[in-house]
Design a protein around this ligand. Structure first.
Ligand code: GLU
Length: 289
């Protein structure tokens, strides 16, 4: 079977070397297996996505020589698909509207921390008065979703991460947001729907997204979608050991280009596991960083 991979950047800034490494990994995975490499622009966050960053991402990928197959897609043009998936979960009684503000949640001292930040304390879960004319998000009711997830199985569903079987344990995330007050779909919902809709068979992405895969596997089961194979790669770090994504002002691909870097040499070196001075690839022990 020919694999289908994708690079799915969020146009919230310029690409840095870590993004280029990830795009290269997904691109090469497909090319080495006579597969397809797709490009998807994850631009549903109205506060952070900018059209000018899309143009810059395309320019950077082209400069690096990473060609994608077919039309690239924009998540902002696929909101109906995410709404339909949310409707499916509403019909199954697995979601509820949440009227809390960020401040309400932050003020809840009891809220423990999960992989995505504070775990929602469930304030709106049992609410009787649900006035949907007020601004609201939609959250997954984890207490209802988990029994559906494991129903008819001896254990929780799994996925293959390279050749390792991982049992999904999404409960640590609590009642995740599926649609935000200000954005029609959350990252978790949109990415799960799109990977299935685009027929992605192999998800090649950084280990920083390993934890999120627990949630994606849950949503696949609830929405009756296929589970792709996952390949979470190590993360590039800068000279000070910090991850590029977390570092303010990490050198961008554009700055390397402006400094006269040779893209073919840069890509060839990264394929050999060699990175520009000061960068190194850090592999987490096992797939979980
Ligand atoms: N859009 C996400 C990001 O830029 C990546 C999504 C994914 O690969 O699943 O971090």
């Amino acid at each position: 079977m020919h694999p289908v991979t994708r690079f799915a950047p969020s146009p919230t800034g310029r690409l840095h070397l870590g993004h280029a490494f990830s795009a290269l990994a997904a691109h090469d995975f497909a090319r080495e297996r006579d597969g397809t490499f797709l490009l998807r622009i994850e631009d549903i966050d109205p506060g952070r996505s900018r059209l000018e960053h899309v143009d810059a991402i395309l320019e950077d990928l082209i400069w690096l020589g990473l060609e994608w197959d077919g039309e690239m897609i924009y998540q902002s043009e696929r909101l109906d698909l995410y709404a339909a998936a949310l409707d499916q979960l509403k019909a199954a009684g697995l979601v509820y509207p949440c009227f809390c503000t960020r401040a309400d949640i932050a003020a809840s001292v009891a809220a423990p921390h999960g992989p995505d930040g504070p775990v929602y304390p469930g304030t709106c879960r049992g609410l009787v008065d649900r006035d949907l004319s007020r601004p609201h998000a939609w959250r997954l009711d984890m207490t209802k979703a988990l029994p559906v997830f494991s129903r008819g199985r001896g254990s929780m569903p799994n996925w293959m991460d390279d050749d390792k079987e991982i049992i999904a344990t999404p409960e640590a995330f609590g009642d995740i947001v599926l649609a935000r007050k200000d954005a029609p779909a959350s990252y978790h919902l949109a990415v799960t729907v799109d990977d299935a809709a685009q027929g992605v068979t192999d998800i090649v992405r950084g280990q920083d997204l390993f934890a999120a895969t627990h949630v994606h596997r849950l949503l696949q089961a609830l929405l009756d979608l296929p589970t792709p194979r996952y390949h979470h790669h190590g993360l590039l770090t800068g000279a000070d050991g910090s991850r590029l994504a977390k570092r303010h002002g990490a050198p961008t691909i554009a700055s390397l280009r402006e400094a006269g870097a040779d893209p073919a040499a840069l890509v060839a070196a990264m394929r050999r596991g060699e990175y520009p001075a000061g960068y190194s690839l850090v592999e987490a022990e096992g797939p979980d960083p």
